[in-house]
Design a protein around this ligand. Sequence first.
Ligand SMILES: Cc1cc2nc3c(=O)[nH]c(=O)nc-3n(C[C@H](O)[C@H](O)[C@H](O)COP(=O)(O)O)c2cc1C
Length: 221
Amino acid sequence: MSSIIQTQPLDVPSAIAQRRSIKTFKTDPIAPELLKQLVELTVAAPSSFNIQDWQIILVQDEAQKAALSAAAWNQQQIIQAPVTFVFAADASASEKNLNPIIEQALATGAWNESTANYFKTAIPQFQETLGDKQREYAIKDAIIAATHLVLAAESLGLSTCFMNGWLEDKVKEVIGAGDNPDLAIAVLVPVGYAAEPRLNPGRLPFSSNVSVDRIGNPYAG
Ligand SMILES: Cc1cc2nc3c(=O)[nH]c(=O)nc-3n(C[C@H](O)[C@H](O)[C@H](O)COP(=O)(O)O)c2cc1C
């Protein structure tokens, strides 16, 4: 039995307000065209210099799901949900992505020759100055992409759960990247149809973590 397809996407504020981390999913599949739409909206995310330094692995195969769940402290969302997106961050992506990104932006007209020439030098220089922060910067981009996925999924009638509870080396082995030192795992996101109500654990008041101008000067709302 497929879940009912939601025909009218939720607007962004509604999707943000309604989203909850779902811990139990129906095993209903996601229609291939809907999954493709999710992937398109995920990679529409911005990234530093548009370098798109993520690797996104859609884990759907039952044996792969079982192995991924085992790498994630046996969390069952991965088994139940029809697909789990593994967001990996590739700290070395700028080397291979630089030229295609520049060519594409020139072709779309978004960047002119002088911008392209600037980026040809600036991007490798920036990566060089990052040093061992390259991993952290790649993870930021991957997390932004994951957030796009989560909100797009909610808007289109699906549910998700960001997941940090896993062992990186084991997840890398499952996705076939055990021997790649440049690849970091950023987050796992199972996607599917919720089998539980969306219960909101609530948020702290603004006064505890939103300030104006300087930290500790609470935003009153
Ligand atoms: C980065 C991140 C990692 C998380 N990891 C897990 C996880 O491994 N397993 C899980 O069940 N929930 C996980 N959660 C879900 C949080 O527990 C949940 O977001 C939080 O309780 C707030 O609930 P809400 O998402 O419904 O608003 C994670 C959330 C985030 C943002």
